[in-house]
Design a binder for this molecule. Structure first.
Ligand SMILES: C[S@@+](CC[C@H](N)C(=O)[O-])C[C@H]1O[C@@H](n2cnc3c(N)ncnc32)[C@H](O)[C@@H]1O
Length: 278
């Protein structure tokens, strides 16, 4: 991507690397600047598995959305922290199974906004919308999403690779609680979140470096902390695991794919507990 031309058109600062664009670079995309490629290469030199991790995250998105649109029959998706459009965006995966599926994307990066047209290529039977918003404003996201989604019906909320950009753990839990409170029973929550459970110090050092050169900052959390995001929901099997091991496609070679430092899971919002009279 030509840095000067894009900077002039969008007003973006092309001198500071950014999560969405480095992610795009690791996924093999072209929507990134020299500063993102340099930062991405430096992190990958410290932690070579990071590129496989970005791809495993994306593959998790595909398997989770296919499962939700397929056996679970979900027809509405709210994908916050969307990232730059790439192959197999949420609406493409969902609408392959259910052309009538309705998808709302939300992200706060101006470059994602400038590419949002590629996220709005809905099938004629379904619908797509894009909201330029920050995850820290869940009520704003919910109210704008209601233009496209019917919140009296189940919705799958996707928070993939985004909660680790909320540095305050209490705030991150509060955001998820406020979002899931707006969903009816039978809705789903899917989360993917960076951790250092697999690579330990190498991941911690790579993230410390990221926090010096990249935006927004990242906060690693343990699998136990990630599991707490699902409190009050029914976690589906196999629970909170490395995203590469969440219901992986069967490999002809057998065995489990290697673990990566991106852990997540999928949970269903249950019926409210009935309070029995004393
Ligand atoms: C690592 S990418 C993940 C993209 C995609 N969800 C995936 O899993 O492939 C993180 C995305 O979250 C967005 N993001 C980071 N902080 C955010 C915030 N506070 N509100 C909304 N989006 C945010 C970034 O702009 C970026 O597009």
């Amino acid at each position: 991507m030509a840095d000067d031309a894009t900077s002039a058109r969008t007003g973006l600062d092309t001198t500071v690397s950014h999560s969405a664009r480095i992610w795009n670079y690791w996924l093999g995309g072209k929507d990134n600047f020299a500063v993102d490629r340099e930062a991405g290469d430096r992190v990958a030199a410290m932690l070579p598995i990071i590129v496989a991790q970005a791809r495993a995250d994306r593959a998790f998105l595909g398997r989770a959305v296919r499962y939700l649109a397929g056996p679970e029959g979900i027809r509405q998706f709210l994908d916050i922290g969307t990232g730059l459009p790439t192959a197999d965006n949420t609406h493409q995966v969902a609408q392959q199974t259910a052309p009538e599926a309705r998808i709302v994307y939300a992200d706060n990066d101006p470059l994602v906004l400038s590419h949002a047209r590629a996220l709005l290529t809905s099938s004629p039977e379904g619908a797509c919308d894009y909201i330029d918003a920050d995850l820290r404003e869940p009520e704003k996201i919910l109210s704008e999403a209601a233009r496209t989604l019917d919140f009296t019906q189940p919705v799958a909320l996707l928070l993939l690779g985004v909660l680790h950009h909320i540095s305050d753990t209490g705030e991150a839990y509060s955001i998820v609680r406020r979002l899931t409170a707006a969903l009816v029973q039978g809705s789903f929550l899917a989360i993917n979140h960076s951790t250092s459970a697999v690579s330990g110090r190498a991941m911690e050092e790579a993230v410390a470096h990221w926090n010096q050169v990249g935006t927004p900052s990242m906060t690693l959390r343990s699998p136990q902390q990630i599991a707490r995001f699902f409190e009050g929901l029914d976690l589906l099997e196999p629970g909170v695991v490395s995203c590469s091991r969440w219901r992986p496609d069967v490999s002809p070679l057998g065995g489990q794919p290697p673990e990566v430092d991106e852990f997540g899971g999928v949970a269903r919002k249950p019926k409210p507990a009935t309070v029995r009279p004393a």
